[in-house]
Design a protein around this ligand. Structure first.
Ligand SMILES: [Zn+2]
Length: 177
């Protein structure tokens, strides 16, 4: 871990928590240049109805706008989760030389792993925050599965959409007065 990593990854975690609250997959990113944060973003796929609205992509857009330059040389991208393939490609296109991330993605495993040496991926630099980043993701997906189960159950019971969940739900007995 080098100076500032701690502060920056914590700031990225704050962004990830914003996603979590909005019901988005909790990923937060930021871009740092000369020790200063020039862009912060969190995943907004659901709220923007945009499959490409990953935290990393949004951070790249903001940083490029701020610097009025699509080449983000001399920057470091911090992300709470290992960037996916789409984002790694965008990071490459934006010429970002270095990436620091908190944890590997529990959904895509090593899908973001890339061959070659650009950008330099540094999971070790945020190691101290790995558990926190990964807990956020795990809690989110645990909650998402529960929400999905609740929806299926309600539909089935309500019969509104005539979609059965395959289970038999016994009618609740009315309490005797
Ligand atoms: Zn991505």
């Amino acid at each position: 871990m080098i100076s500032g990593d701690n502060k920056f990854i914590q700031e990225a975690i704050k962004q990830a928590k914003k996603s979590f609250i909005k019901g988005e997959v909790p990923v937060g990113s930021l871009i740092v240049r000369d020790g200063k944060i020039i862009a912060r973003a969190h995943n907004m796929v659901e709220s923007a109805n945009d499959a490409t609205a990953h935290a990393e992509i949004l951070a790249i857009r903001k940083a490029s706008k701020k610097l009025r330059n699509w080449r983000l040389v001399d920057t470091v991208l911090y992300s709470t989760v290992q960037p996916c393939r789409m984002c790694v490609q965008a990071i490459r296109q934006a010429r970002i030389p270095e990436v620091v991330f908190g944890c590997r993605s529990p959904v895509q495993g090593n899908a973001g792993e890339i061959a070659g040496d650009t950008p330099t991926i540094n999971p070790a630099r945020a190691e101290g925050h790995r558990d926190e980043c990964s807990r956020l993701m795990k809690d989110f997906f645990k909650g998402a599965r529960k929400r999905k189960a609740d929806i299926t159950e309600n539909r089935c019971r309500g019969g509104e959409l005539k979609m059965g969940c395959g289970k038999k739900h016994g009618k609740k007995k009315k309490a005797k007065k």
